[in-house]
Design a binder for this molecule. Structure first.
Ligand code: THU
Length: 134
């Protein structure tokens, strides 16, 4: 991924973070994915009074891209105040639509990329669509 694309993805994740609905945890998360159609889709965490009904920012961004007709995302950026790492459920959804090597940018609220990694590191030896093939 070139530098400009990284900057655009992180910028979009920062914009998404502003739309987070996190009255319970106060932990606002923004994510942005570069989909196969070349468009960047944004998502934020959206909490719920029934806590487990919360959706994370990463999954919010991915389902937005998939709902627009994409079947693959080529990169993801995530922004939190402490450059936190994506949760397990989000890693599994990344696996479904990003593949084993999905590039992942983890940034803080200043837009600094603190960790640049990929899904093979965050979710090694994963289960994916190919495992269901006969
Ligand atoms: N959260 C995310 O949006 N992404 C993650 O990968 C970790 C957690 C959200 C869920 C909840 O709204 C808040 O952060 C605290 O867990």
């Amino acid at each position: 991924m070139d530098k400009k694309t990284k900057e655009k993805l992180v910028q979009a994740a920062l914009e998404a973070q502003k739309q987070a609905y996190a009255p319970y945890s106060k932990f606002k998360v923004g994510a942005a994915v570069l989909a196969e159609d070349g468009i960047i889709y944004k998502g934020a965490n959206i909490e719920n009074a029934a806590y487990p009904s919360t959706i994370c920012a990463e999954r919010s961004a991915i389902v937005t891209a998939i709902s627009a007709g994409n079947r693959k995302v080529n990169a993801i950026a995530v922004v939190t105040r402490n450059a936190g790492s994506p949760c397990g459920a989000c890693r599994q959804v990344m696996r479904e639509f990003g593949g084993v090597d999905l590039p992942i940018l983890i940034a803080n609220e200043a837009g600094e990329i603190v960790d640049e990694t990929d899904l093979s590191v965050l979710l090694p030896r994963s289960f994916g669509p190919e495992d269901l093939e006969e």
